[in-house]
Design a protein around this ligand. Structure first.
Ligand code: IPD
Ligand code: CA
Ligand code: CA
Length: 271
């Protein structure tokens, strides 16, 4: 057993850690995603509303994830993007089969298979797997944040002027009051803005110190649960964009490397 495996906490009901089980499910599902990536003729696309798509690959990936995870956690509750909630015990597994579905459709390699575990309102374990780039991000509460076999940390830049900031310009009906003001406030102060089109990947970029902060509103729990844990375990800070505490039922989020958090809040909310 290598030191990496030792760092993962063993599940009480099996000899595997939660992360081992999530990895097994994500890698199995990842093969399906890879086999259809860039082959738009292979899958069906359905538009839920403007700019919100589901493909037959999302559905297939979600089924593989559920089938695999339910072998290990038959009594858990499941909250997934593409199926009805499965009500079970307090242990809850949260799934986004493809975060970045629009990217997937367009053959852009920023996609993530997201699986998180929530227990008593706390995110305890999370993975974000990008099978195209073969990046397996994972975090367990108290055991740090990792990408493949490497521990990851947030950046240590302490002036917003030197920061690269993640955000997503809201499209279709996702705009909200003041969104252009928020973007203008931050754009004027930082060294650049980035948007991957997959919130989970945006969060993984902050956790791995590639970008320095990220904010977005109106996200879903499956977009952000694993990424929040990654950022926290990598030494970053998570709040709402107002500065109030972030809890799992909140859909607006601001994460940073911690050093610039207060400065970021001030700039974001300045009139
Ligand atoms: C979307 C992505 C995107 C975010 C959207 C999400 P999906 O998830 O995370 O970055 O801006 O709000 O809905 O639909 O690709 O799973
Ligand atoms: Ca998503
Ligand atoms: Ca999705």
């Amino acid at each position: 057993m290598n030191s990496l495996i030792l760092k993962k906490k063993l599940d009480t009901t099996s000899n595997f850690s939660v992360i081992d089980i999530f990895e097994k499910a994500a890698r199995k599902a990842g093969k399906i995603l890879i086999s259809d990536f860039g082959k738009i003729e292979n899958f069906k696309i359905h538009s839920k509303e403007i700019g919100d798509f589901v493909t037959s690959v999302d559905i297939k990936v979600e089924k593989i994830l559920l089938d695999t995870l339910q072998q290990f956690y038959p009594n858990a509750s499941y909250i997934t993007e593409e199926s009805d909630e499965i009500k079970g015990e307090e242990e809850t597994i949260i799934i986004d089969p493809i975060d970045g579905t629009s990217n997937f459709i367009h053959g852009i390699p920023f996609v993530g298979i997201v699986i998180g575990r929530v227990f008593k309102g706390e995110i305890t374990d999370g993975v974000i797997f990008n099978p195209i780039l073969d990046e397996f991000y994972w975090a367990t509460k108290g055991a740090g944040a990792w990408c493949n076999n490497k521990k990851i940390n947030v950046s240590n830049i302490d002036r917003i002027e030197n920061c690269l900031i993640g955000n997503s310009i809201p499209h279709a009906n996702r705009g909200y009051q003041n969104y252009l003001i928020e973007i203008d406030n931050i754009a004027k102060k930082c060294s650049g803005l980035r948007s991957t089109g997959a919130a989970a990947i945006d969060l993984a970029l902050v956790a791995s110190g590639k970008t320095d902060a990220f904010w977005q509103r109106n996200l879903k729990i499956w977009d952000i649960s694993s990424g929040v844990l990654l950022v926290r375990e990598a030494g970053g800070k998570v709040t709402q964009p107002s500065g109030d505490e972030w809890t799992i039922e909140k859909s607006d989020i601001l994460v940073s490397n911690n050093f610039i958090h207060n400065q970021f809040l001030e700039e974001l909310n300045s009139k």
